[in-house]
Ligand binder design. Structure first.
Ligand code: HEM
Length: 124
């Protein structure tokens, strides 16, 4: 496991979210703009950065990269529908967006750990 799976997931998120952005522009309905913004930034930008980082740090454990990917994907798959449901005032949305937020923060902590591990001790 290296960063390629992050890169491939990221571009899917970008394509879906940009399509949704074009739909919003076409219909002049921006109600769900935060869904578009979060899918682009958490799914697109953060995942692409993680993919680039892992592919430029081959010293990192493939198992830990896979663990990070699973946590990041789970968080994304919860937080995006959760944000949608929150805006649409769906009864199921609060626990979904809450859990998605926690899992996404855990994913960010794992990424922070990996960046420190991959970059090693700072040189004077
Ligand atoms: C084809 C490409 C894209 C289209 C057509 C598009 C379209 C839009 C539209 C129509 C809005 C709503 C503006 C409003 O509320 O007045 C929006 C908001 C936003 N977009 Fe995009 N966008 C695109 C790409 C991107 C990308 C690549 C990113 C980030 C990497 C991004 C991040 C955001 C953010 C953060 C918001 C604000 C969301 C919010 O109000 O909560 N967009 N976009």
């Amino acid at each position: 496991m290296n960063g390629t799976i992050f890169l491939r997931t990221s571009v899917i998120a970008f394509v879906l979210s940009m399509g949704f952005g074009a739909y919003m522009g076409g219909t002049h309905d921006f109600t769900y703009a935060p869904v578009h913004g979060h899918l682009n930034l958490i799914g697109g930008v953060l995942m692409f950065l993680a993919g680039l980082f892992y592919n430029s740090h081959p010293n990192l454990s493939p198992k830990l990269i896979l663990a990070h990917y699973c946590i990041a994907l789970l968080g994304l798959l919860l937080i995006i529908p959760g944000i949608y449901g929150s805006i649409a005032v769906m009864p199921w949305a609060a626990p979904v967006v809450g859990l998605g937020s926690v899992v996404t923060i855990v994913s960010a902590l794992v990424f922070a750990f990996m960046v420190y591990k991959g970059t090693g001790k700072a040189k004077a």
